[in-house]
Write a protein that binds this ligand. Structure first.
Ligand SMILES: Cc1cc2nc3c(=O)[nH]c(=O)nc-3n(C[C@H](O)[C@H](O)[C@H](O)COP(=O)(O)O)c2cc1C
Length: 155
């Protein structure tokens, strides 16, 4: 399976999680890990599962490295029909009302452009004792299963 892990970050937590997901998934899959700011949205393709790992900054806003990608998809308005993606959002419940909303900005836009989010919406709360990578590695098998369930028609 082809998987692209895209991360949006300011202080590196999302990058660390994305790298750990990449390392784990490479045992069985063809995996690319990229910062959202280095990724050309024209490359989004239905054959490739997108795993989005994205934090929250400002007041429920996107982190810096996610902004160019967000602006590019707003400008290009690509038809993302058939694209499947999953989201692992980072945030901090200290921020209460804007908890984990950064990734939700991208999630909404991808859905509006025709892509479909699969599986559980993963979350990491920086105020918890959990390690983000541990939660993400527990979260990802369900995502792979959901992708395969749709990718392989029953005969
Ligand atoms: C200045 C600043 C603003 C933040 N604003 C929010 C917020 O509005 N909502 C939230 O859930 N988390 C917020 N966070 C918490 C970050 O999303 C969290 O620490 C995350 O793990 C950072 O991941 P990153 O290193 O990949 O950017 C904020 C953090 C900072 C430093």
């Amino acid at each position: 399976m082809q998987i692209t892990v895209l991360y949006g970050t300011e202080s590196g937590n999302s990058e660390l999680i994305a790298d750990d997901l990449g390392t784990s998934l490479r045992a069985e899959h063809d995996v690319e890990v990229s910062d959202l700011q280095d990724y050309d949205p024209a490359r989004l393709h239905p054959d490739t599962l997108i795993l989005l790992v994205c934090s929250t900054h400002g007041e429920g806003e996107l982190p810096n490295t996610a902004v160019p990608f967000y602006e590019a998809i707003n400008a290009l308005q690509p038809d993302l029909t058939g694209l499947r993606y999953a989201v692992f959002g980072l945030g901090d419940t200290f921020y209460e009302e804007t908890y984990s909303q950064g990734s939700e900005v991208l999630d909404r836009r991808l859905t509006e452009l025709g892509a479909v989010r699969i599986g559980e919406y993963g979350r990491h709360d920086a105020s918890s004792w959990d390690l983000g990578s541990d939660l993400a590695l527990e979260w990802v098998p369900g995502i792979i299963e959901a992708f395969e369930a749709v990718a392989q028609p029953i005969h």
